[in-house]
Design a protein around this ligand. Structure first.
Ligand code: PHE
Length: 390
């Protein structure tokens, strides 16, 4: 009715024209035949409004032959071989150009274990502080150097098979390897005392001190080195350190192994005090980024006074033990022949603990031993000791 095609009169429908020109239908026919561009903009808008058509964009790419097009495939050489040079064939060949930006193939070389990387860092700190490394290449030690020289009595529980590994073959050290006069002085200070000390007052036995063991601490090496120092004509102050393996007969769990590495530092000089010890320890730990230190009195058979070292762990928000220290007893130093006014201050810590924290290793058994995953060794980055890494 709107188009005036029909009319309604007296409820009857009348046709008003003969031919209907359906504009919409003809528009849609144009769309169907693909001639959409024949529609005027108004017509398009009209069709879109009535959701009869959708308009979108289509991008067409055309690939055609380029000027270097060929059907003969030419091989580009990637390598210039000695044969090509010898027979002159290199003249005819075409070579692939070098890609100067290509990354190299990672060399199939060894990878340092995290413990070795952390050891390097500690060694560097000692060297910066002017310390000299002690020779620690003897895992097997006599009880003499491991215990007796350190004024540790022969009935001390640490000298039991439950705590120490005893060697069965050869079970005894060659007694001639222990300096005779020194041995007598050690025997005397243990059994009768001397140098102002009462000693331990017991029946000291040579058989006990020649027993071969796996060293339980690197302080055995420090004892050997201090004895050597005492034998020099004139006393000269020294600063020594060592980082090496020690062995204890322990039940293994996630934080204990029967072998681990000890880091040890010592300074021998005239008139050193506990203040010097705290100073040098502060300096050492400062280089590791640990500035908040606390000392707690403790007991070691060979040091007096002795202090445990605690550091505030920013991550854990608590004080954690980071080492042990002390001033070596006169009963240890004087029998060696060191001058009376010489004191030796020393401290020790484990290498495993900071390594586990640094490399986020939860179980020590995955750090060393048969359960080590070689991929872990391959993947782990270099060690850089930085603040709060310990
Ligand atoms: N030898 C000690 C230990 O086994 C560490 C230590 C070294 C303590 C030097 C005092 C002085 O734990």
């Amino acid at each position: 009715m709107q188009e005036k095609w029909i009319e309604i009169n007296n409820q009857k429908v009348y046709r008003k024209i003969d031919r209907i020109d359906d504009k919409i239908q003809s528009m849609l026919k144009k769309v169907q035949t693909g001639n959409i561009n024949d529609l005027s903009d108004d017509q398009k808008t009209e069709c879109k409004k009535r959701k009869l058509i959708n308009e979108g964009k289509m991008t067409v790419y055309k690939v055609s032959k380029g000027e270097m097009f060929t059907l003969d495939i030419e091989r580009l050489e990637t390598e210039l071989t000695p044969e090509m040079i010898a027979n002159g064939s290199w003249r005819e060949k075409k070579f692939k150009s070098y890609d100067m930006d290509a990354l190299g193939i990672p060399p199939d070389a060894g990878h340092l274990h995290p413990l070795l990387k952390v050891r390097t860092e500690y060694r560097q700190i000692f060297l910066e502080m002017g310390f000299t490394e002690m020779p620690t290449n003897n895992f097997i030690e006599s009880s003499f150097w491991n215990f007796d020289a350190l004024f540790q009595p022969q009935q001390h529980p640490a000298r039991d098979a439950h705590d120490t590994f005893f060697i069965s073959e050869p079970c005894d050290a060659d007694i001639d390897m222990i300096p005779k006069e020194y041995l007598q002085r050690v025997k005397k200070v243990h059994s009768q005392g001397g140098y102002g000390s009462q000693g331990h007052k017991y029946d000291w036995k040579i058989e006990e001190s020649t027993k071969n063991i796996l060293r339980t601490h690197t302080t055995a090496v420090s004892a050997r080195m201090l004895y050597e120092l005492a034998q020099q004509k004139e006393f000269k102050p020294v600063k020594y350190f060592s980082i090496d393996r020690v062995f204890r007969n322990e039940t293994t769990d996630s934080t204990h192994l029967a072998e681990f590495h000890q880091i040890e530092g010592l300074v021998a000089d005239r008139g050193l005090t506990l203040g010097n010890l705290m100073g040098v320890i502060n300096e050492f730990f400062k280089k590791l980024g640990l500035t908040k230190l606390r000392f707690k009195p403790t007991y070691n058979p060979y040091t007096e006074p002795s202090m445990e070292i605690f550091s505030f762990h920013d991550g854990l928000k608590k004080w954690v033990e980071v080492g042990n220290s002390g001033v070596f007893r006169p009963e240890m130093l004087l029998p060696m022949g060191l001058p009376e006014d010489v004191s030796v201050i020393a401290w020790g810590l484990s290498l495993e603990r900071p390594t586990m924290i640094k490399y986020k290793i939860q179980d020590i058994r995955t750090l060393i031993g048969p359960r080590v995953d070689l991929q872990m060794v391959y993947n782990n980055p270099l060690c850089r000791v930085e603040k709060a890494a310990i």
